[in-house]
Write a protein that binds this ligand. Structure first.
Ligand code: ADP
Ligand code: MG
Length: 401
């Protein structure tokens, strides 16, 4: 089937884009030919399209497993923009009432729905499995697939039950996608999803439009940040802090200094939190001060700076977070404020955890150090400083346990 259609024409017809980005076309071909597919592509590389386009071209409904409810809604809305038929994309998660679920099911059974987004917790529900068994599935997509791996930075236990559920619902090709590139995470995902023979597509993780800088973290950090923002008027930016308290404090300080900033963290009430996120996406607000709870799947192309107020917990996380800058290919400044104290904080944080988690934490630090030194590393100077500090810390931790 793939041989008969011109994919570039289909891309133009459905999404209005003139050409594919990176490996997209090869990935889509592989999926259309029925092959299991593993996609490693940096944030902003265009992973969604790798399952969205095939879903429109293949018979049946594609199941997309995705971790965040907010993210699903965002993607379903985007798909509906490309089509006259609202039923073309749906999601099933805990936010839907019975009436809404009935509507979704009847659209699927009527053959209207090409893409169904589900949260892993909903996928594993008996009634949903039962229903999906009666549906023609074109393929399964596991987005943000690093959530499967305990070695990833965003582990979700429910993600590890995906394979048995797929077997119950019915066999179809599988595509897994992630921006997390360490070999261990990759191996873990493939093994757990039963796709060790999948064709792997790995893109370059180098983003030449991102500029990296490390600045000393002093008592003047707030002033430094205010100055930076004032020197970059009307530019969108994200500031990451480790604690919720710091998020609130810094947002207030910025506001007091005439900067249109809003806080975002998982402890806020969901209405305010969603409003702050939407205001940022809609450009009503320039700066969002957030914990790492903010950002996964956020598609704001013109974020011009990402500031790390504290040292990131892992380089993988750092990579994802800074990757949210300059998605449109334009300038992205990534500034990290760094002191040795931050690593001590990290160590203390780990000590309070169960031994198994400490083990994972140590492994993560080791891996991030290795990762920083690998060819994937983007700007040497930052990596060297960070690796040296991490190394020192690992030696200390390992020798004290
Ligand atoms: P990822 O999931 O890899 O982080 P997304 O799927 O959210 O990235 O895509 C990032 C951006 O790239 C989106 O705005 C999307 O519309 C755009 N995009 C994807 N494919 C193409 C293409 N072939 N041409 C132009 N823009 C594209
Ligand atoms: Mg994505």
């Amino acid at each position: 089937m793939a041989g008969k259609i011109n994919l570039t024409d289909e891309l133009k017809k459905y999404f209005g884009f003139d050409k594919f980005k990176g490996n997209q076309e090869a990935i889509i071909h592989n999926l259309l030919n029925g092959g299991d597919t593993f996609v490693l592509m940096p944030t902003g590389g265009g992973k969604s399209l790798c399952y969205q386009l095939p879903s429109l071209l293949m018979e049946g409904t594609a199941i997309v497993i995705s971790p965040l409810i907010a993210l699903m809604k965002n993607q379903v809305d985007a798909m509906r923009n490309f089509s006259e038929e609202d039923g073309i994309a749906h999601f099933i998660n805990s936010s839907l009432n019975k009436g809404a679920i009935d509507q979704v099911r009847s659209d699927i059974l009527a053959g209207k729905t090409k893409l169904l987004y589900v949260a892993p917790e909903s996928l594993t529900k008996e009634e949903n499995v039962e229903f999906l068994r009666s549906v023609k599935i074109s393929f399964y997509a596991v987005d943000e697939a690093h959530c499967i791996s305990e070695w990833g930075h965003d582990f979700r236990p429910e993600y590890r039950r995906i394979r048995p559920i797929i077997n119950e619902i019915g066999k179809a090709p599988l595509i897994a996608l992630t921006a997390t590139a360490t070999p261990k995470v990759q191996h873990d995902i493939q093994k757990n999803l039963g796709m060790v023979d999948a064709q792997v597509f790995k893109s370059s993780f180098n983003r030449p439009n991102l500029y990296y800088e490390v600045r000393a973290k002093t008592g003047n950090i707030d002033r430094d940040i205010i100055k930076f923002i004032k020197n970059n008027p009307e530019k969108s930016g994200i500031i990451y802090c480790l604690s919720r308290k710091k998020v609130e404090e810094l947002a207030e300080i910025l506001q007091a200094n005439g900067i249109n900033a809003r806080p975002y963290h998982a402890g806020m009430d969901s209405v305010t939190r969603t409003k702050n996120q939407d205001d940022f996406l809609m450009e009503k607000v320039e700066v969002i001060v957030a914990t790492i709870a903010f950002g996964m799947g956020i598609d704001k192309p013109d974020v011009r700076f990402v500031i790390h107020y504290d040292i990131p917990k892992s380089l993988e996380g750092y990579y994802q977070e800074t990757g949210r800058a300059g998605r449109d290919g334009g300038e992205g400044q990534c500034i990290t404020f760094y002191t040795n104290k931050d690593l001590q904080k990290l160590e203390k944080f780990m000590q309070g955890k169960p031994v198994a988690e400490q083990e994972i934490g140590k492994q993560l630090l080791l891996e991030t150090a290795a990762y920083a030194e690998s060819s994937v590393c983007r700007r040497k100077s930052y990596c060297i400083i960070l690796v040296k500090s991490i190394r020192k810390k690992i030696v200390e931790i390992v020798t004290t346990v």
